[in-house]
Design a protein around this ligand. Structure first.
Ligand SMILES: Nc1ncnc2c1ncn2[C@@H]1O[C@H](COP(=O)(O)OP(=O)(O)OP(=O)(O)O)[C@@H](O)[C@H]1O
Ligand SMILES: [Mg+2]
Length: 300
């Protein structure tokens, strides 16, 4: 990679729980994202994709702790930023497209107000300017009658429409990096395709980078420039999407490829990774734990 990365995750270790109950979740994860790059993060359920996405946004579940490594965004280590500075980054430097469009919007507030709140909070816009910009944003995400949608509540919109609104919010403050955690998983296939195309279009228009979390290599092939393959909190393989899809090096990547449902074959379902391979990889992860037992960030 030639350009200085906008995001650099280095040897990130994260564990949940304390003392003898401490369970490693991320086992030395590294990845770089260049400006303007869409970077796929793939792996089965439980691999730690969401944990990485959260760490990039500077948040962890209450019992989780970063025990080593760094997450450098725009030159600063997010894992060590004071809460106030981290918050300032949210919205402005960093954006999020969440998985579940239903629970991610406030059910009691109109769409226009929710978009305007973000603009007023992070950019200090006045009422009229925020409303104008909210209209523009809804236009950008191809919502047909934006004036009407501004006045509507989330439950009045379809899942696809709600996801468009969340994409508008993610891009509202022109962030440099967006974490998209399974942004289309909750949508049906046709809508999924439209929303993917929209994310790609907005990303290109704004020149933002995206960390695109998904379990679906078919989706990765459509939208990502590069991809990192994760299993049990370890990176098994990373590289250009084309290379990964056409000539995967790791057995697990090959198994994921074989397991990926074909969107052009209706009714095709996800086939699981063979049990023998899962068992081997889990044993490797346990061996890793044994080799790293007692390790941790000094003073953490
Ligand atoms: N709050 C929590 N307390 C304890 N363990 C947790 C918690 N959240 C996640 N984990 C564990 O951390 C691991 C990684 O979880 P994570 O949610 O990052 O996986 P994921 O790759 O995003 O999976 P999915 O595809 O299902 O979303 C899993 O083993 C999970 O059980
Ligand atoms: Mg997840």
């Amino acid at each position: 990679m030639t350009a200085t990365p906008i995001l650099s995750v280095r040897d990130l270790h994260l564990a949940i729980g304390e003392g003898s109950r401490r369970a490693p979740i991320l086992r030395g994860v590294s990845l770089d994202i260049a400006p303007g790059e869409v970077h796929g993060l793939v792996g089965e359920s439980g691999a730690g994709k969401t944990m990485i996405g959260k760490a990039v946004l500077g948040i962890q579940p209450s019992r989780a702790r970063i025990t080593g490594g760094s997450v450098t965004f725009d030159g600063r280590d997010i894992t060590r930023l004071p809460e106030r500075e981290r918050r300032r980054l949210m919205g402005r430097g960093l954006g999020l497209i969440p998985q579940d469009p239903m629970t991610s919007l406030n059910p009691a507030a109109r769409i226009g107000g929710q978009i305007a709140d973000v603009l007023r909070l992070h950019l200090g816009m006045g009422r009229a300017a925020a409303r104008q910009r909210a209209l523009e944003l809804l236009n950008d995400v191809r919502i047909r009658v934006p004036e009407r949608v501004l006045r509507q509540y989330p439950h009045e919109l379809s899942g696809g429409m709600r996801q468009r609104v969340l994409i508008a919010i993610a891009f509202a403050c022109r962030p440099k990096l967006i974490v998209a955690d399974e942004p289309t998983t909750a949508l049906d296939v046709t809508v999924q395709r439209q929303v993917l195309a929209l994310i790609k279009e907005m990303q290109a228009q704004e020149g933002a980078s995206i960390l695109f979390v998904t379990h679906d290599l078919g989706v990765v092939a459509k939208i990502c420039d590069r991809v990192t393959v994760l299993h049990a909190g370890r990176v098994l393989e990373a590289g250009e999407t084309r290379r990964i899809v056409e000539a995967p090096e790791h057995d697990y990547t090959r198994a994921l490829m074989a397991a990926t449902p074909r969107h052009d074959r209706p009714g095709d379902v996800l086939r699981p990774v063979p049990e023998s391979l899962s068992a081997r990889l889990n044993a490797e992860a346990l061996a890793w734990d044994a080799a790293h037992a007692g390790g941790g960030r000094a003073g953490a």
